[in-house]
Ligand binder design. Structure first.
Ligand code: NAP
Length: 530
């Protein structure tokens, strides 16, 4: 069940908001403590008996994050009045010593505990609280506790499996978001979300319309196949719309794609293996660190040193691949005259030294280009170059040579073909760059004013960029970036990160589901509803 929380509005406005939000909600929770100017003398039936969905009445005190400042008797009176007005459930803090009169067949009693700070409670503590709730006559035990890591979401499942009564459990904060979306799979009775357009009342709350349409949270179950995107941050990722948009069009896949925020990859692996995740995308900054938890890495991902796609086989082993590689180069090869052959002898400058930079540096080298790498943190550029030289020397980079070049042998991979640049503005002698690739996050939403460097100014100062050069920015939100707009102003060929995003997502989808991702037009239409 998806429960829409009604707060911060007047009684009259609450009635209108409930009508509007009804398509997304199975129930409402009316926060008596947070409604504006609620008059106990008023008729509350429109909030409860006449509401379009059954309603939980809550009147919480400040000790547990509520806004009710009256004493216990007044709290009891308000809840009692809500029951008389037609509330079908009441939520009462477990610590509140209040006796409510209700018909247990008509009105559900929820006893709740809310902890916003500190460490998440141990399972034993949660179970003791649940037993206490059961002993006090509760029908449902509700608990909200802070998530310190994504694996704290799994405590919800342990509690729900072992508690003596039905539970609603939430791991709070952005790290706890999976517990709000996958609540049914974890055994929780329902999930709460703000009404459309309303501000979240608790950290990590997901709006009801997203719970209903994007994640179809109400229909997920323990056998749902869970996927997602691991990163930090993940809020900007298009993946949740692309993959969930495809699942909406292909319900037979019985899958859901979750935002998987994690600061600590080791701790994330505990979550991934225990849930278990059927597969996941990896985004910055975890593309390198994620490898430590994998059972197998494809040769291409090993050489690149970055994994963006993980899938679980039938034996529970996790495999890592890099679909960014094909994603980055296929759109470029479609546009460059000469396609895959166009790179031999080219001079390329790659900005960045993270996972994406590793991918494009390795790909340029494997296609026979001479590559320069510049990164804000020079030591990382040097490490990248040292790795690539080693891979060139051992022949490992040959893994990445496209089949067309492998046969004609035109891609000569020389370990002396890759260099780290200390500075961007001088030290260039000889030939100009034919391709300039931004593989940094500079300019990515929400820092749209940033550029990896001021290209207009640099060219004015003699930065060597050939007239027919291609400037490729892997950033896909926004597209084009400020950097690409400058390149366009300079009359150079430009390519933004959207085709790469689409291609790597297509390849992930095929790896995970053995099916093709719906066409861009079909998916755009589906995504726009999410
Ligand atoms: P990453 O591993 O975290 O690396 C980030 C890189 O960006 C590092 O080199 C970092 O430099 C640099 N950087 C960050 N902020 C900067 C700034 N303000 N100025 C200059 N340099 C900055 O990330 P990643 O996975 O390689 O991704 C990099 C970018 O590629 C992201 O914007 C991502 O969206 C994009 N990308 C796009 C696609 C696609 O499908 N289109 C796929 C993959 C990646 P330091 O080392 O100095 O920190």
């Amino acid at each position: 069940m998806i429960v829409g929380v009604v707060a911060d509005v007047s009684l009259a406005h609450a009635v209108v908001r409930m009508q509007e939000a009804a398509p997304f909600c199975d129930r409402f929770e009316v926060r008596l403590d947070l409604l504006r100017g609620l008059d106990p003398e008023a008729n509350w039936a429109p909030l409860f008996a006449h509401a379009p969905r059954p309603v939980i009445a809550t009147c919480r005190g400040p000790a547990e994050g509520g806004g009710f400042h009256g004493g216990p008797e007044e709290q009891r009176d308000w809840l009692q009045q809500a029951i008389a007005a037609g509330a079908q459930a009441v939520d009462l803090e477990l610590l509140a010593e209040i006796d409510l009169q209700r018909d247990p067949a008509q009105v559900t009693l929820i006893r709740s505990v809310h902890q916003f700070e500190g460490e998440p409670p141990a399972l034993g503590t949660l179970l003791a609280l649940a037993r206490h709730a059961a002993d006090s006559g509760a029908d449902v035990f509700k608990v909200a506790f802070p998530a310190r890591g994504i694996s704290d979401c799994l405590r919800v499942r342990e509690l729900c499996e072992q508690a003596p009564l039905p539970c609603v459990a939430v791991a709070l904060g952005e790290l706890g978001v999976p517990s709000r979306i996958a609540y049914r799979a974890l055994g929780s009775e329902w999930t709460y979300g703000p009404l459309p357009g309303a501000a979240p009342l608790a950290p990590g709350q997901v709006p009801v319309e997203q719970l209903r349409t994007r994640y179809q949270a109400h229909s997920l179950h323990p056998d749902t196949r869970f996927f997602g995107v691991l990163g930090n941050p993940v809020a900007h990722s298009r993946g949740v719309r692309v993959h969930n948009g495809a699942f909406a069009l292909m319900p037979e896949l019985e899958a859901c794609y979750l935002p998987l925020l994690s600061e600590d990859v080791t701790e994330f692996w505990e979550f991934a293996r225990k849930l278990p995740l059927s597969g996941f995308s990896v985004t910055a900054p975890h593309k390198q660190a994620v490898r430590a938890g994998l059972d197998r890495v494809t040769p291409a991902a090993r050489v690149i040193g970055a994994v963006n796609t993980v899938w679980r086989d039938e034996h529970g082993r996790y495999h890592g691949d890099n679909t960014d590689y094909a994603g980055a180069f296929e759109p470029l090869e479609e546009r460059l005259p000469g396609g895959v052959h166009a790179f031999a002898g080219m001079r390329g400058l790659v900005l960045g030294a993270g996972g994406a930079a590793r991918t494009v540096v390795a790909g340029l080298l494997a296609r026979g280009a001479e590559v320069y790498v510049y990164n804000r943190t020079h030591a990382r550029a040097e490490a990248l170059v040292a790795d690539m030289r080693a891979h060139a020397a051992t022949g490992a980079l040959a893994e990445l040579v496209p089949p067309g070049l492998r046969h004609d042998g035109s891609a000569e991979i020389l370990s002396s073909n890759v260099f780290a640049l200390q500075q961007i503005d001088h030290g260039f002698s000889g030939l100009p760059f034919d391709i300039l690739i931004n593989a940094t996050s500079a300019g990515m939403h929400p820092h749209e004013e940033e550029t990896p460097f001021d290209l207009l100014h640099a060219v004015e100062q003699g930065f060597p960029l050939s007239d027919g050069a291609w400037v490729y920015d892997l950033v896909y939100v926004p597209a084009p970036t400020r950097f690409l707009k400058q390149a366009h102003q300079l009359g150079r060929n430009i390519l933004d990160g959207r085709p790469m995003y689409r291609r790597q997502a297509e390849l992930q989808f095929e790896l995970w589901h053995n099916q093709e991702l719906p066409s861009e037009e079909t998916l755009d239409a589906a995504e726009s509803k999410l």
